[in-house]
Design a protein around this ligand. Structure first.
Ligand code: ABC
Ligand code: CA
Length: 537
């Protein structure tokens, strides 16, 4: 009996440890659902309200709301969530930009934001995530604090209360690295005072704080707000103290260098993949610039310049950029681009509401409440479920997540990419059928190898000279080809679901990730558009 409880104790300890100190290596195989806490879910029992995004004020979502609605996320196959900053914000009168419903107007990181719930509520959410084998990523803001004046700022409610802990006011001049680092983010209407992150006392107190904060709430990873606005050398010791995966927000465009320099041993574990976002947007949105050349370039540059592309945060939407469907009317443009993010290097991140085809423009219209959607089981929801199901299967049974992606074919019509033994053929043409449009791909497989397109469950056979050919006479749908003999255990296309043993706390998430797809016709709406399958043999 004693022996039993000791081993149980050791097991529990091992589990608690593994669930509360996740490294880049452990995050690589995860997929993340990004949540604006105020907008994801109302706590159960509260009256259903409407949420007018233009008012820029609280709509009522809480940590408890998230906890009560985790099934929706887990059944879509996600194995982690990223939530809004949890620390205490400005609580004064309404500003020209409304109230801090987004959580980024932090004042005191030593306290929690009572607008999102109690300490118990946050603990309950994280405990429940870990019970399901899921990770929590918390957004943190250390670059600045919110004040009401640039000339006479009052720091009495802030973590650092003395003006000597801040840089003197100057407005940021973008493109000038020093200015981006030491000047104030925000503007005269909502000034965000720049913390002097070179001050040794600041460095020490931030270090102590993050160490305690991560341990106290058993946080698995951090999303670091405005990372490029803090000197690079601040991050390695800070993230070492945190002891968990650090993904920084380095807002950029298609240029790889200015973003890539923020990943690596002298900077952060990971950054959000703004260059790939920009390249996918410019290649796939309809109507859009149809710039496939830029995507080729960004892909090649990313490979040579990023420290590790396999842990970058891949996204097509977030709370700062317009929703995909604000830029692109065609649902197939989203499915093709999204497949790129899931089936190439990096950690896929889906911004809440993307699965409901929300279409808000930039901030604040891209922060819609999710509850009016009724959390419906949409075509996009099902498509994401399939992507997660396949990716989770590959991650859990092979070293797929570490394998390097290569482009097999690129043309204005689209791309074929290969990661491990999975070929994704991703067209830019959109829904309308195009007679004669096709993508021919030289595969690494022998002639006559059987492949399964996991989107339609149709069988393909590799033709002469190892070639396959995707044809779009019925419209531009994505194709994901898996060697048929490797599908067994995935639960996809009629195969059995493997029992995953010995995964400790991970088991629940795996099971959910492996929830069988409701039917083979995953894209019921688009089934009629399914591309003709070429049997080149
Ligand atoms: C408020 C109001 C808005 C109003 C705005 C002026 O003020 O709510 O309605 O329009 C939070 C809130 C916001 C709020 C701000 C300021 O605080 O969420 O609603 O806006 O009060 C992070 C977060 C973001 C958060 C903060 C601040 C930072 O994700 O949600 O905002 O804690 C910069 C920062 C980046 C920041 C982003 C919003 O702004 O670097 O950290 N995001 C250029 C610059 C970038 C810049 C970007 C957007 O513009 O280089 O540094 O990001 O302003 C490419 C170029 C890029 C270029 C892009 C636009 O184009 O290569 O360099 O980026 O081609
Ligand atoms: Ca700064």
């Amino acid at each position: 009996m004693l022996h039993f409880s000791i081993s149980l104790g050791v097991l529990l300890l091992a589990w608690v440890y593994s669930a509360s100190a996740a490294t880049a290596d452990e995050w690589r195989g995860r997929s993340i659902y990004q949540i604006i806490t105020d907008r994801y879910a109302l706590p159960s029992g509260s009256a259903n309200t409407t949420c007018d995004t233009t008012r820029q004020t609280f709509c009522g979502g809480t940590w408890k709301g998230i906890r009560d609605n985790l099934d929706y996320i887990q059944k879509m196959g996600f194995t982690a969530i990223w939530i809004s900053p949890v620390n205490k914000n400005y609580e004064g009168p309404r500003t020209a930009y409304g109230d801090p419903y987004h959580g980024y107007w932090v004042q005191d990181i030593s306290q929690l934001n009572s607008k999102f719930g109690t300490e118990d509520d946050l603990n309950d959410l994280i405990t429940e995530l870990h019970r399901r084998g899921m990770y929590i990523m918390v957004d943190i803001v250390v670059n600045h604090v919110m004040v009401t004046s640039t000339t006479n700022p009052d720091y009495s409610n802030c973590f650092f209360k003395d003006a000597s802990f801040y840089h003197p006011y100057c407005p940021i001049v973008y493109g000038n690295a020093t200015s981006e680092e030491v000047c104030w983010f925000g503007d005269e209407k909502v000034p965000l005072a720049d913390v002097n992150t070179s001050n040794p006392t600041v460095i020490e107190r931030y270090g102590q704080w993050i160490e305690e904060f991560v341990q106290k709430y058993k946080i698995d990873g951090l999303r670091i707000d405005a990372a490029k606005h803090v000197q690079k050398s601040f991050w390695p010791p800070f993230c070492k103290k945190a002891g968990v995966f650090c993904m920084g927000e380095v807002f950029g465009g298609a240029e790889v260098d200015p973003v890539a320099e923020w990943q690596g041993p002298d900077a952060l574990d990971s950054v959000l993949n703004f260059p790939m976002y920009t390249a996918l947007r410019d290649a796939y949105t309809i109507p859009g610039p149809a710039n496939t050349t830029q995507l080729d370039q960004v892909f090649a540059e990313a490979k040579s310049k990023f420290h590790d592309t396999t842990v970058l945060g891949n996204f097509l939407e977030n709370h700062d950029v317009p929703r995909w469907h604000n830029l692109s009317v065609d649902p197939q443009s989203l499915y093709n681009a999204m497949t790129w993010n899931f089936m190439s290097d990096g950690i896929p991140i889906v911004y809440y509401g993307q699965e409901q085809s929300f279409s808000g423009s930039g901030d604040p219209n891209n922060r819609e409440a999710l509850w009016p959607s009724g959390y419906a089981n949409t075509t996009s929801y099902q498509y994401i479920t399939t992507l997660n199901q396949l990716r989770n299967f590959l991650v859990n049974t092979t070293d797929w997540a570490k394998q390097e992606t290569n482009i097999l074919t690129s043309s204005p019509t689209g791309f074929a990419i290969l990661k491990g033994s999975i070929i994704s053929i991703l067209t830019t043409i959109g829904s309308p059928p195009q007679e004669g449009a096709h993508i021919s791909v030289k595969t690494p497989f022998e002639t006559a190898t059987a492949l399964t397109n996991v989107i339609t469950c149709q069988q393909w056979v590799v033709g002469a000279n190892r070639m396959i050919d995707a044809q779009y006479s019925l419209g531009g749908v994505p194709t994901i080809l898996v060697p048929s003999d490797q599908l067994s255990g995935s639960g996809l296309c009629g195969t059995d679901l493997a029992e995953i043993a010995g995964n400790g706390g991970k088991a629940d998430a795996l099971n959910a990730a492996f929830v069988a797809r409701p039917s083979a016709s995953v894209l019921s709406l688009t089934a009629v558009l399914m591309a003709a399958i070429a049997f080149a043999a």
